[in-house]
Design a protein around this ligand. Sequence first.
Ligand code: GLC
Length: 783
Amino acid sequence: MSEFFGDIPPLPQPWSTLEGVSRVVVQDQGIRLPCEGAEVTVHLLTSQLLHVRVVPDGRGKPRRSWAVAQMDEAWPKVVFQVLESSSSLELISDTLRLEIQYHPLRLTFYDLQGQAFAEDAPVSCRWRADQIQANKRLHPEDRLYGLGERTGLLNQRGKICTHWTSDVWGYDNLTDSMYQAIPFVMILRPGLTYGLFLNTTHWSRFDLGSSQTDCLQITSHSRELDYYVIYGPTPAQVLDGYTQITGRMPLPPLWALGYQQCRWSYPSAAAVSNLAQEFRQRQIPCDVIYLDIDYMRGYRVFTWDPLRFPDPAQLIADLKQQGFRVVTIVDPGVKWDPEAGYAVFDQGIADHCFLYKKDGHLLHGYVWPGKTVFPDFMKARVRQWWGNWQQSLTDLGVAGIWNDMNEPALNDRPFGDGGQLVSFPLETPQGEGSDLSDHAETHNLYGLMMARASRESLDHHLGGERGFVLTRSGYAGIQRWSAVWTGDNNSLWEHLEMSLPMLSNLSLSGVSFVGADIGGFGRNASPELFARWMQVGALYPLMRGHSAKHTHPHEPWQFGSEVERICQKFIRLRYQLLPYLYTLFWQARQTGSPIWRPLLYEYPNDPQTYDLSDQVMLGSALLAAPILRPGQTHRAVYLPEGSWFDWWTGEVFFGPTHLLADAPLDQMPLYARAGAVIPLAPPMQHTQERPWDPLTLRVYAGNGDWTYYEDDGHSLGYQSDIWATTPIRVRQEGSLVRVTLYPRQGSWRPDPHRLIVQVVGYGEQQIRDDGSAQTLTFPGQVL
Ligand code: GLC
């Protein structure tokens, strides 16, 4: 890929810039500003969400909706005011004001306090050949987050972030383009957060104050500039707006929130059955077993190796009986196999499903199967064809699909022959009809469109059950189709540490269902690293252990009895937290909120949180400060304002404060916020084992309001309103704590069950929860 995009080649053409505004046309949704040949349009989609387009030749192409879930026309009309003067114009909504200066054209946004943001630099926009650039001023206090999948620390200011999906085996702190490309940045300073989403699937690059410290320079290899400005003022509001544009995730089946075990590869049906037995015998909860590429016959996608997996349906049925779901890997490359009667290849050729070069020849590269051809997922009929093949897996009982190598990753020579990673030629035609384009525009969409094919097939073929898709590559909006993991990390302390900011920035890019390979994929984990990683991993929204071929086995019991006990403790904690986590998934679906949250998301006005890369929150109630270095048994923890309770001891701390927390190998510092309600499930070996009876509501004294979400956990019924919510209020009244459960809302009726309300430090009461209102009081201890 680097041969194309190592850097932007210097282009001989001079830059053109926007001339002044020649006319103002007020429209229903905003304004159109012809500027001497070029044209600028600004649409107000909500009172805090604006869409800006600059079309240099004045002839904008109709916009396609590959990443954007809701095109401009679909937004309800917003009330705004237009104030014109001879040199400028103002568009005013009830939360912000956009000032447009005419000569030269420059946009500046203001909040109600008059703070400027997303302010055009003196050269607001310039272009040459097929390159266009926007320049926005950065405020000295601005911190920058999101930007898709990013290594390094949390705050990305000062970096250059390129958006071009890439296979980056062996990535590190300095790696730029990653598997996911999401040209969205969240910019935060005290009192103000806003987002910028560059709506182009072409190669793009954000210079986040690297060349000029006070300038955000956005360059893309497209012919027009198309971006959204999303005003907060909180990070939560920005993500709400961003995910209204790019879509939200469907609810996963509950089993996908359990522990997932993967390895490249469990080599045979017998090995998989043994693995399942080990989990159950050792009483380590687990819901999912993955099959990596070796289940296939010679790496032919949608086939099974007849010797090693002679009866996959039986194997999957047996596993299901024991409460395990099977997820199979699916690579996009199809073995070039003209002689062998390989139906996927034959059909794909006959129906013209693969990519052809501009000269009409079949395009090929080299992946696991050797010479390989690639489906054109930009074509709706190819997505459907692929989905039908995928059905051959789900018909056998496969419950989820793991899409890999979909950046797409390919070599110019057979693997092991010293070749290098290459990209399809940029002029390769892709798509058809109104989606016809070239690879320069669709490269970043390859993984997203493949994930879409997988998701649509599952929705269609699973008989009303929820499916699960996991993808390595994606683009803005990938959350609509799939969960994401952070690819090939290594068993290194640095990679454990990096997983916190990486998952935080992905989460701040609208992708809530995220995880990193627990234990590290490449290399061998030490027992200590593995134990520490499992502690953090218990809080990853996607909790999956994985390891590469030729590494030591990485299952929880492979590191001796002490580490096994620690893994068991934290995997059990994960299962205990499932009711809480499930509600967080529902929140993510409703509002785009992250499940895994950097502290700045909850405390955007506390600058102490802005560079805090080594702590994280799970929802708004739990704060973890994991151990990320060998030999450490204590660490400094920052607790923001408010009261906090030690999860393990119940000890109270008053924030904002720093403390030194003890963390022997079997402990991870974990805190709960005062006023929090955390529903906890009874012990289980897998999510299908038994109903959550009794359910425990662990309550922390203080004041808080929270809504608990329930549904059947497996069907698509929630999409037709079959769900239930219970608002819960916690109040500290003098020495009393009062917990009020409001009547359950919604049409889902869980079976009546025991509910233990446990106020930490105050005691517990058991009631029968039938959905009716209840108020419980907990008197404080008499001293
Ligand atoms: C890629 C994936 C990895 C997988 C391997 C073999 O490296 O990222 O997770 O195990 O391919 O399929």
